[in-house]
Design a protein around this ligand. Structure first.
Ligand code: FAD
Length: 507
């Protein structure tokens, strides 16, 4: 230890120690590398794609079909990312073939109105408009690849666990959304039972990729972008079990590395509300590497604080007749809202705390142990005391709710009449829905700024030549509150396709 005569660390050593700490906490290997420091390309293709989830796979597929030579690199040993783990729901509408076959009326305008008006004010209007206009065509493309959908519609709330392929996957029927746009079921799920839609979707896309002559190269992590002196991205430094390699990309690099829910440092910096959520909802590759590489190459990032945070209070639908309260003992949202809208309200607006209050009429039993039982009592006052709520608040909330629910009304949040009934009697139970106590999944939505072709944009609003980003590496259509299942995969597949065509020069 380098100490002065007084036993203190010398100023120089202190500074060095500070510097070392800073270096140790920085994400290693993300600074862009000047081309002049590349000894030679180990391999050169037209297009490099980093990440084999839905976004990267669609980009690689379309780039290859446009005639480009393509390398698809995947850091993990298995391809598919979060996309393969997912429910496989794609939010599509405006009159898709499946909607038409099932006699569902929908228009691109209704879909646009829902997404724009019922969502956050920060949304990318141009991306949403294009997505809605081309949604029927995009769905037809998925079908043409071989994704199999059944002509079955379910009106039950929640991801279908049977083989139904169309359902209301979002907040369309809850107030105020239902007054802002004509509701329509737009959650399109591959016709497989259980939570296997994502696997089915990705198997089809990877099969198509193989037929086009591209196989994901697994165990290859893209670590740094290579920059020409004029700012163009011309390749990347990758790490493999055999060591470091320099890969050239004549036309460009597509970053499709997912989000950053597993990078605790980035979460703490950008999205502390998501850091507190109990269940990081994403594949192990969600480390933010794509976003950091883009930023190191000069990219702007957008909406990095935003995320998908979900409180799965249903199924069973029966629990929607219960009430949700905050730490003031008051309702704060309609219980028939899409559960990511509820999750957002808890995580971002209620300091992460909430309880579901059920009564004898509820069959809710903490399905799948989603929520711990916080208190049981024979009267509302006893429940309030257990939860240490402000005196009288919960009693007032329940009395007010019951008074109107008995008439089929909810003046506060306009819960749909089918879910309205007064709380009927003991035992009353409080289920803890705190973000850090309950089964409370979350993933990130913020990412690199991109244009309609996935081209990455810098802080001055200019595109960075040779650099593209898609899926959760980009700030796309999904924003917070996340108002419908399927927006993330819809965005990743649609803008993935566009980026692949653009980088290959077809646009
Ligand atoms: C259980 C679950 C269910 C979900 N259900 C749905 C749903 O039904 N509908 C929906 O829209 N969304 C759903 N989501 C969210 C959705 O799956 C993701 O947001 C979406 O898959 C992101 O796609 P992506 O292509 O951006 O990333 P991913 O599919 O995660 O792919 C990114 C890939 O990049 C790899 N990678 C990371 N860093 C590097 C690197 N440096 N070099 C090379 N490769 C790298 C990763 O390992 C990963 O394979 C769900 C998520 C989960 C976890």
């Amino acid at each position: 230890m380098d100490k002065t005569e007084t036993g203190q660390l010398s100023r120089r050593r202190l500074l060095l120690a500070g510097g070392a700490t800073a270096l140790a906490t920085a994400v290693p290997g993300v600074a862009a590398l000047p081309r002049s420091q590349v000894p030679a390309w180990d391999e050169q293709v037209d297009v490099l794609v980093a990440g084999s989830g839905a976004g990267g796979t669609c980009a690689a597929l379309e780039a290859r079909r446009a005639g480009a030579s393509v390398l698809l690199l995947e850091s993990l040993t298995m391809p598919g990312g979060s996309s393969a783990l997912s429910g496989g729901v794609v939010y599509a509408g405006g009159g898709t073939a499946l909607q038409r076959a099932l006699k569902v009326t929908d228009t691109p305008e209704a879909m646009f109105n829902f997404l724009l008006r019922a969502g956050s004010p920060n949304q990318p209007r141009d991306k949403i408009q294009l997505y809605c206009e081309q949604s029927p065509e995009h769905f037809a493309w998925l079908v043409a690849q071989g994704v199999a959908y059944t002509e079955k519609l379910t009106l039950a709330k929640g991801l279908p666990m049977g083989d139904e392929s169309l359902y209301f996957s979002g907040n369309e029927q809850a107030w105020p959304a239902r007054d802002l746009a004509q509701p329509a079921p737009r959650g399109h799920v591959p016709g497989v039972s259980g939570m296997n839609g994502g696997r089915a979707l990705m198997e089809v896309l990877h099969r198509q990729l193989g037929s086009a002559g591209v196989r994901p190269r697994t165990g290859v992590a893209v670590k740094q972008l290579v920059l020409e002196s004029d700012g163009r991205v011309s390749g990347a430094v990758v790490e493999t079990s055999a060591g470091r390699q320099y890969l050239g990309a004549r036309r460009g690099v597509v970053l499709a590395c997912g989000g950053f829910i597993h990078n605790r440092r980035m979460l703490a910096q950008h999205a502390p509300q998501l850091a507190r959520c109990a269940v990081p909802w994403g594949g192990a590759g969600d480390q933010g590497e794509g976003i950091n590489m883009g930023i190191a190459a000069g990219a702007a990032s957008l909406r990095m604080n935003e995320g998908f945070a979900v409180a799965p209070v249903y199924p069973p639908e029966n629990s929607i007749a219960a009430i949700l309260i905050n730490a003031s003992g008051q309702r704060f949202i309609s219980e028939d809202s899409y559960h990511a809208v509820i999750g957002h309200a808890i995580a971002y607006e209620q300091q992460g705390k909430a309880w579901l209050i059920t009564d004898q009429g509820s069959s809710y039993q903490g399905v799948q142990d989603n929520f711990p039982l916080a208190a049981t009592s024979n009267n509302i006052g006893g429940l309030a005391e257990h939860l240490a709520l402000p005196r009288g608040a919960l009693q007032n909330t329940v009395a007010y709710y019951n008074r109107y629910a008995s008439k089929g009304e909810d003046p506060m949040f306009r819960k749909s009449p089918e879910y309205l009934r007064p709380l009927q009697g003991p035992p009353y139970k409080a289920w803890n829905i705190a973000v850090d106590k309950a089964f409370f999944p979350a993933h990130t939505l913020g990412g690199l700024a991109t244009d309609l072709d996935g081209a990455v944009i810098n802080s001055f609003g200019e595109t960075i030549p040779g650099l593209y980003a898609v899926g959760r590496t980009a700030a796309g259509i999904p924003s917070a509150p996340y108002i419908a299942s399927g927006l993330s995969l819809g965005d990743a597949t649609f803008f993935g396709r566009r980026a692949g065509q653009a980088v290959a020069g077809r646009r």
